[in-house]
Design a protein around this ligand. Structure first.
Ligand code: NOJ
Length: 523
C-alpha cells in the first residue's frame, strides 16, 4: 500500500463502498455477510480498489438498515462475528486494500443500553445523553418543536413518563446530546477501538447534524437549529487528534450534505476531517455547463483548505446513476422524487460509462458504490410490501432500489449472491450484468472499470487544467501528456490531437467522439 506523488493514500484513493447486506451471502439466509465479503475479496483486488468503506455492520435492530446501532464494539450476528471482522481487516490488508468503517454519531438505536436506561428511569444519568424535553401545551401533549425529520415526518416521540425525546430520523434512532462529555468520550473511545483493530479510516454518518441549539427554536431563514452548528467543529478537532495519535495515516471522511460550499469546506480545515463526500457532484445534472461549474466549485473549495476533492456518483441512499442519467431530469435530490418517471437504460448506461472515466480522472479520491462497476440500475419494481426502507413511509420514496443484492454469476436469480431468496428482489435482466458474464468482455462495464482503475495509477498527475475544445465538451489535462475528454453534446466531435487513445467509454466513430462518450488520451 504505497503513498504516491499525491501524498497520503486518502488524497487519491479509489474507495469502494460495501453495503454488507447486499454484497455476498455465505450462510444461505438471503442476507450478505462478512464471510461472503471475504470469499469475494478477489473481485475487489482485481478491480484494483485501494480501500473498502463498510456500511454499518454492528448489532442493530435494523430499523434503518444498521444505521441504528445498538453496540459499536461488536458485529451483528446476521453479518458474522467480531473475529470474522478482524479476519476481514487482516485479509484486506494482505490484498493491499485498506478498511474504512462507518460510525454513526448523531443517534444510536433505541435498543442501545444507554437509551434503555434513559427510558426506564427519568432520573438516570443516561437521560442527559439524549434530548428529553417536556411537551408544549397545557398537558404537555404537543411536541416541543415542529422540526421536520430528515426522512420527513416529525422528530419527537413521547416517552412513557410523558416527556418527549428527539430523533431527526426514525423514533428508533434517538439523537445523542453532543454537549455531554460522556457522549464525546464514548465516541473517541469507539474510534480507538476500531483504529486498534487496524482500521484505516472512519466514515462519519450525518456529520453536520450533531449539535442542536438547546433553546430549541423553530427553523428560520436566519439560523437552523441543528444543521451545521458551529460547535460541531470542536468534535471533529478532537477526533482528528485521536486519528493523528495513530501516526497520521488514518482518515476521517464526513458525510456532509451542505449546499454552501464554504460551510462544507470548513469541515475540511487542516485540523478537522481529511475528506468529505461530494454530493454536489452526485446530484449534478448531465450537463456540460453545470458539470464544469460543479468541478470548478469543488476544486476551488478544496484548494482553499488544502483537502482532496472527492468524486461520488452513487451510494446506498440515492438512485443508481445508470437510472438517473437515463431520465429526462438527470439530477438527484431527496426533494425531487423522480421514481418511476421514464428511464432510457441504454442512454443511462452510456453516460454512466463516460462518468466513470470522468470521475476516475479528476484530481482527488473517487468513490465507487458496489454494483456500479457492474452497471447496475435502480430496481424500481420492488413490490411495496417488500420495501424495508423506513424513508418510504415518510417520504413516499424508498432507497431499497439501489440496495438490491449483487449479481455474481449464473442465469437466474439470485445470481450466485446466496443459496436462498435474497432480502430484496433482483431484476431477471441482471443475468447480463453478473461479474461472471462481464469478465473478459472488453465492452463490459466491469472491464471498463478494471482498465480505468489500473491506468489511473499511472496517470494521476497532481496537475489539472481545462482544455477548451467545445462549449458542450468537458475536457481537461492532468499533467503534460494526459487528457480526459467527455462529449456531452448531442453530436460527434473530432478527437483532439493526441498520440494514443488510452481508453474510451464506448466505440468511437472513426476519429470522432460520439455523444455521451469519454476518452482518455496520451497527448
Ligand atoms: C445517512 C446514511 O447514509 C443513511 O443511510 C441513514 O439512513 C442516515 N444517515 C441516518 O443514519
Amino acid at each position: 500500500m504505497s503513498t504516491t506523488d499525491n501524498g497520503p493514500w486518502w488524497r487519491s484513493a479509489v474507495i469502494y463502498q460495501v453495503y454488507p447486506r447486499s454484497f455476498a451471502d455465505s450462510d444461505g439466509d438471503g442476507v450478505g455477510d462478512i464471510d461472503g465479503i471475504r470469499a469475494r475479496l478477489g473481485h475487489l483486488r482485481e478491480l484494483g480498489v485501494d480501500a473498502i468503506w463498510m456500511s454499518p455492520w454492528y448489532p442493530s435492530p435494523m430499523a434503518d438498515a444498521g444505521y441504528d446501532v445498538a453496540d459499536f464494539r461488536d458485529i451483528d450476528p446476521v453479518f458474522g462475528s467480531l473475529a470474522e471482522a478482524e479476519a476481514l481487516i487482516e485479509e484486506a490488508h494482505a490484498a493491499g486494500i485498506r478498511m474504512i468503517v462507518d460510525i454513526v454519531p448523531n443517534h444510536i438505536s433505541s435498543e442501545h443500553p444507554w437509551f434503555k436506561a434513559a427510558i426506564a428511569d427519568p432520573e438516570a444519568p443516561e437521560r442527559d445523553y439524549f434530548w428529553f424535553r417536556p411537551g408544549r401545551g397545557e398537558h404537555g401533549d404537543e411536541m416541543p418543536t415542529d422540526w421536520r425529520g430528515e426522512f420527513g415526518g416529525t422528530t419527537w416521540t413521547r416517552a412513557p413518563d410523558g416527556d418527549w425525546y428527539l430523533h431527526l430520523f426514525t423514533p428508533e434512532q434517538p439523537d445523542l446530546n453532543w454537549d455531554h462529555p460522556v457522549v464525546r468520550a464514548e465516541f473517541e473511545s469507539i474510534l480507538r477501538f476500531w483504529f486498534d483493530r487496524g482500521v484505516d479510516g472512519i466514515r462519519i454518518d450525518s456529520a453536520a447534524l450533531l449539535m442542536k441549539d438547546p433553546s430549541l427554536p423553530e427553523v428560520s431563514a436566519e439560523k437552523h437549529p441543528f444543521h451545521d452548528l458551529d460547535g460541531v467543529h470542536d468534535v471533529y478537532r478532537a477526533w482528528r487528534r485521536v486519528a493523528e495519535a495513530y501516526g497520521g495515516d488514518r482518515a476521517l471522511i464526513g458525510e456532509v450534505w451542505m449546499p454552501e460550499v464554504e460551510r462544507f469546506a470548513n469541515y475540511l480545515r487542516p485540523d478537522e476531517l481529511h475528506a468529505a463526500f461530494n454530493f454536489d457532484f452526485l446530484g449534478c445534472a448531465w450537463d456540460p455547463v453545470l458539470m464544469r461549474e460543479c468541478v470548478d466549485r469543488t476544486l476551488h473549495a478544496h484548494v482553499a483548505v488544502g483537502a482532496p476533492p472527492t468524486w461520488v456518483l452513487s451510494n446506498h441512499d440515492v438512485t443508481r446513476h445508470v437510472t438517473r442519467y437515463g431520465r429526462a431530469d438527470t439530477t438527484f435530490s431527496f426533494d425531487n422524487n423522480l421514481d418511476n418517471t421514464p428511464v432510457d437504460l441504454e442512454l443511462g448506461t452510456r453516460r454512466a460509462r463516460a462518468a466513470a472515466l470522468l470521475s476516475l480522472s479528476l484530481p482527488g479520491a473517487t468513490y465507487i458504490y458496489q454494483g456500479e462497476e457492474l452497471g447496475l440500475w435502480e430496481n424500481e419494481n420492488i413490490p411495496p410490501d417488500q420495501i424495508q426502507d423506513p424513508m418510504y413511509a415518510r417520504r413516499g420514496h424508498s432507497r431499497d432500489g439501489c440496495r438490491v443484492p449483487l449479481p455474481w454469476s449464473g442465469d437466474e436469480q439470485p445470481f450466485g449472491f446466496s443459496t436462498a431468496t435474497p432480502w430484496l428482489p433482483q431484476p431477471a435482466e441482471w443475468k447480463d450484468r453478473t461479474a461472471q458474464a462481464q469478465t473478459g468482455d472488453p465492452s463490459s462495464m466491469l472491464e471498463l472499470y478494471r482498465s480505468a482503475i489500473a491506468l489511473r495509477r499511472r496517470e494521476n498527475s497532481p496537475e489539472f487544467a481545462w482544455l477548451e475544445l467545445h462549449p458542450e465538451v468537458l475536457a481537461f489535462t492532468r499533467g503534460e501528456n494526459f487528457a480526459c475528454v467527455v462529449n456531452m453534446s448531442g453530436s460527434p466531435i473530432p478527437l483532439p490531437d493526441h498520440q494514443t487513445c488510452l481508453l474510451a467509454s464506448g466505440p468511437l466513430d472513426g476519429d470522432r467522439i460520439p455523444p455521451d462518450t469519454a476518452v482518455w488520451l496520451r497527448l
